[in-house]
Design a protein around this ligand. Structure first.
Ligand SMILES: C[S@@+](CC[C@H](N)C(=O)[O-])C[C@H]1O[C@@H](n2cnc3c(N)ncnc32)[C@H](O)[C@@H]1O
Length: 188
């Protein structure tokens, strides 16, 4: 068995929290490329002051609340974990954007938003953990207004992902069905 897998299983055996629970408790999550990548994505999505943004997989809320603060937009953040949503609300208070933000539990595969509502949807380092990517993609497109943007920042493998990678990531994060994905040759 891969060593990282053994460590993760052992941690859980000792009642230690999964990686995401630990991050929520610390109030910190991260994504590929950090804030620089988020800014680049926002620019590509033509994100403007006053727009309504949906940030899918908001995690602890650091990136989502920074977007709300820097771009002076209204932002709804969703995450599968209540602990992450609570952390995001705390960041919103700390950053003075609580009145323009809302955080709630939702699954990327079932966003429970009306059609054509959102100006820009942003999602960073989340889709690796989403079991049915086609379903999630349909949801992203459904909730965005015609002419709006879906901005994804995701780590993908150019070559075939390592066989034990997805299993190790599932063990570390506690999120079932985590899948390292290979970049489709059409994707950029
Ligand atoms: C690596 S963190 C990234 C968080 C955030 N985007 C950031 O950059 O700080 C991944 C987040 O995706 C969330 N997540 C995983 N699967 C999800 C799903 N199906 N729907 C919504 N959120 C999900 C996890 O709970 C976790 O908070």
């Amino acid at each position: 068995m891969d060593e990282s897998l053994q460590i993760a299983k052992r941690a859980r055996d000792f009642g230690l929290p999964d990686y995401f629970d630990m991050q929520a408790a610390m109030g910190q999550t991260k994504h590929v490329g950090g804030w620089t990548a988020t800014q680049e994505l926002a620019q590509l999505c033509n994100l403007q002051e006053g727009q309504e943004i949906l940030y899918v997989g908001c995690g602890a809320g650091t990136a989502a609340t920074t977007i709300a603060m820097e771009y002076k937009c209204r932002l709804v953040g969703v995450d599968l974990l209540e602990t992450m949503v609570e952390s995001a609300r705390e960041w919103a208070q700390r950053r003075g954007v609580a009145e323009r933000t809302e955080f709630r539990v939702a699954d990327a595969q079932d966003l429970s938003f009306e059609d054509d509502r959102i100006d820009v949807l942003i999602c960073e380092s989340v889709n690796t953990f989403v079991p049915d990517l086609d379903k999630a993609a349909q949801e992203y497109v459904r909730v965005v207004k015609p002419g709006g943007y879906v901005g994804l920042n995701e780590a993908v493998w150019v070559d075939a992902p390592p066989e034990a990678g997805s299993e190790a990531m599932t063990a570390i994060t506690g999120q079932e069905n985590t899948q390292f994905r290979r970049m489709d040759r059409h994707a950029r």
